[in-house]
Design a binder for this molecule. Structure first.
Ligand SMILES: CCCCCCCC(=O)SCCNC(=O)CCNC(=O)[C@H](O)C(C)(C)COP(=O)(O)OP(=O)(O)OC[C@H]1O[C@@H](n2cnc3c(N)ncnc32)[C@H](O)[C@@H]1OP(=O)(O)O
Length: 218
């Protein structure tokens, strides 16, 4: 097996398939601020114990805001073009549930290209809770899926996860910086083999092996 690298310029431009592209730097600061406020709102709603009147008032306010924002919605599949350190670029869906710039439900986990693959740091609150005080296993898999997909895409070209195997080695805590890494270990035709890890203070809490299959551009 070999590891290929493909310059970003050879990656397919989503516009060729009718998908809108937004440059990351063009996302309005007001939208970034709103996403951060709603991210905090989700956590507040999940944990609040305020009285019924306050809850009813909050629900009416949020319903009104939702109606106002829904007046103009993005096309499904809108992509964001990110400039990565080192001069590389990456396309991702703008609402990606793990890394999406405009998704308040995303942690968000932003992954940078490294010499080995990709690396990012994230700290999760109780919105991502499974067992008491610990990250839900599905979210651990989701973050690893994102990391292996990003590593594969950067080292070769975009693909889909065909297989993802996760070993949960240690409990992964909330409110603690998590380091997420992934790297390509080999390629074979359209198949890209990738490994990923989540570490807490250098200790591996979960590791993944994945097979990505590069998509063929019609
Ligand atoms: C920057 C972006 C980051 C994004 C991170 C997020 C990633 C994701 O979550 S992707 C979403 C989840 N994944 C999916 O929805 C994928 C669903 N599956 C599919 O669409 C298809 O099965 C797909 C595309 C993976 C493969 O289908 P297809 O393109 O027809 O390829 P196919 O010809 O069947 O297989 C190609 C090769 O892969 C192998 N292969 C395919 N699936 C598997 C599998 N599950 N296990 C082992 N090998 C497999 C085949 O045997 C074949 O090998 P070989 O080249 O040796 O003959």
């Amino acid at each position: 097996m070999t590891v290929n690298t493909q310059p970003a310029t050879e990656r397919p431009d989503p516009r060729a398939f009718g998908l809108p592209v937004v440059e990351q730097a063009e996302i309005p600061s007001e939208l970034r601020s709103l996403v951060a406020r709603v991210h905090d709102l989700i956590d507040a709603v999940a944990n609040t114990e305020v009285d019924g009147d306050t809850l009813a008032e909050a629900a009416a306010t949020v319903e009104g805001l939702t109606d106002r924002l829904n007046v103009a919605r993005r096309q499904i599949g809108t992509m964001v073009l990110r400039e990565l350190p080192g001069g590389d670029t990456e396309y991702g869906t703008i609402t990606n549930v793990v890394s999406g710039d405009t998704n308040p439900a995303a942690p968000p986990l932003f992954l940078d290209a490294t010499e080995e693959g990709v690396r990012g740091e994230v700290t999760l609150n109780t919105v991502y809770q499974g067992p008491p005080g610990l990250v839900h296993g599905g979210w651990i898999a989701a973050m690893l899926d994102q990391a292996v997909g990003s590593a594969s895409s950067l080292a070769t070209s975009p693909g889909l996860t065909a297989r993802l195997e996760v070993d949960y080695r240690r409990p992964t805590p909330l409110f603690t910086p998590l380091e997420v890494v992934a790297r390509v270990t080999g390629t074979e035709r359209r198949k890209v083999y990738v490994t990923g890890e989540i570490r807490v203070n250098g200790e591996v809490t979960a590791e993944a092996t994945a097979l990505m299959v590069r998509v063929e551009v019609p």
